[in-house]
Design a protein around this ligand. Structure first.
Ligand SMILES: Cc1cc2nc3c(=O)[nH]c(=O)nc-3n(C[C@H](O)[C@H](O)[C@H](O)COP(=O)(O)OP(=O)(O)OC[C@H]3O[C@@H](n4cnc5c(N)ncnc54)[C@H](O)[C@@H]3O)c2cc1C
Length: 326
């Protein structure tokens, strides 16, 4: 009985493609499932894997890496990518299929689950028990945790961002690469990405990918009072995110909004300044690794939920922080 992991690559700088951080987190999570081997299926990359990907697979104890060389898979099409994952499932004979809880990961896994007429649990954070399988997953953007049973011959789940830290296996392997062939139909490619636009570096719409987000709420006091927050985001190589009040007041554009009706973020650090922490805002930031609240009210929900809090005026705290950072 094995576990099959859907993995994607990313290119860092000028180097060759490597496994994404999400893929490494998911491989780490996979080793906690009750399988005797971990296999992986590579999507979003056509052709043989790079040496770097292979080295990472060996480090994570991957037995077989399934790949496709079909050029039609170059551009994202959820159902077509799901066919590749399904071909990997046939090759692996896995009883568990997991992937990263990214928008694409969730979409592709949902298609595979529907091929097999089995349920899928999205954004799982931990395994509660393995026989019968029961998992805990995040809903409402992490504001609520619920337990769900995944019985049957095939369990399909995605893993929430930061549910585990990526750690190499104590038992590295010699990964075998196996090519899978898929027969794609026009329906598989009907909803395929036609064009994708990479936003300019520094554009705050890169919010969801930022590892540090400086969140700003109504407490900032006006559209012209963002200088320190912007400077801190720049100093930390991050982005500015805001609450809905801030966008509703027209102080900042909607693409910077964090929350239920904005973006869902999971940075390493979320610095929430002058934000009360309403449930709708929390829904968008709860899966941040570390949250620090800066607020004048020591009873604000954001202060009570954050790991760390500074009680004070953000217009005093942020300049002091910038000065300290130099
Ligand atoms: C259907 C629905 C969807 C929603 N979706 C979203 C969403 O996606 N995102 C979202 O953010 N909200 C959303 N909301 C709104 C949400 O309920 C809150 O109203 C909103 O998040 C509050 O924004 P805020 O924290 O900036 O403002 P406030 O609640 O007014 O909080 C301001 C905070 O700033 C503090 N403060 C004041 N001055 C200072 C200072 N000088 N220094 C430090 N702290 C200071 C105060 O103590 C307070 O805690 C939604 C609401 C609904 C009904």
């Amino acid at each position: 009985m094995s576990v099959l992991v859907l993995v994607e690559t990313e290119v860092a700088g000028q180097g060759e493609p490597g496994l994404s951080v999400v893929a490494e987190e998911t491989l780490t999570f996979a080793r906690g499932l009750p399988g005797d081997a971990v296999d992986a299926v590579l999507v979003g990359h056509v052709g043989l894997p790079s040496e770097r990907v292979l080295a990472q697979c060996r480090e994570h104890g991957v037995r077989t890496l399934f790949v496709s060389t079909d050029a039609q898979l170059e551009r994202y099409a959820a159902r077509a990518w799901a066919r590749v994952v399904d071909a990997g499932l046939q090759g692996s004979g896995a009883a568990y299929l997991i992937g990263g809880g990214t928008p694409r990961g969730n979409e592709v896994l949902a298609h595979v689950a529907s091929f097999h007429d089995v349920p899928m649990a999205a954004n799982v954070v931990q395994i509660v028990q393995s026989d019968p399988l029961e998992v805990e997953r995040q809903v409402v953007g992490g504001a609520v945790l619920e337990r769900i049973g995944l019985g049957g011959e095939l369990a399909v789940a995605s893993v929430a961002g930061h549910a585990v830290a990526p750690v190499p296996s104590a038992e590295p392997t010699q990964t075998q690469v196996e090519q899978v062939a898929v027969q794609l139909t026009p329906a598989d490619l009907a909803a395929q990405v036609r064009r994708s636009e990479v936003r300019e570096a520094g554009d705050t719409s890169a919010l969801t990918g930022a590892s540090v987000v400086v969140g700003v709420g109504r407490g900032v006091g006006g559209a012209d009072r963002f200088t320190a927050a912007e400077a801190l985001a720049e100093r930390l190589g991050g982005a500015v995110g805001v609450s809905r009040v801030v966008t509703s007041l027209g102080w900042r554009p909607h693409h910077e909004q964090v929350g239920q009706t904005g973006s869902r973020i999971s940075p390493d650090l979320y610095l929430a300044c002058g934000i009360s922490g309403a449930i709708q805002h929390w829904a968008g930031c709860a899966s941040s690794r570390t949250i620090i609240a800066i607020n004048t009210d020591d009873e604000a929900p954001m202060v009570t939920k954050a790991q760390y809090a500074v009680i004070g005026d953000m217009h005093e705290v942020l300049p002091a922080l910038l000065e300290e950072l130099g």
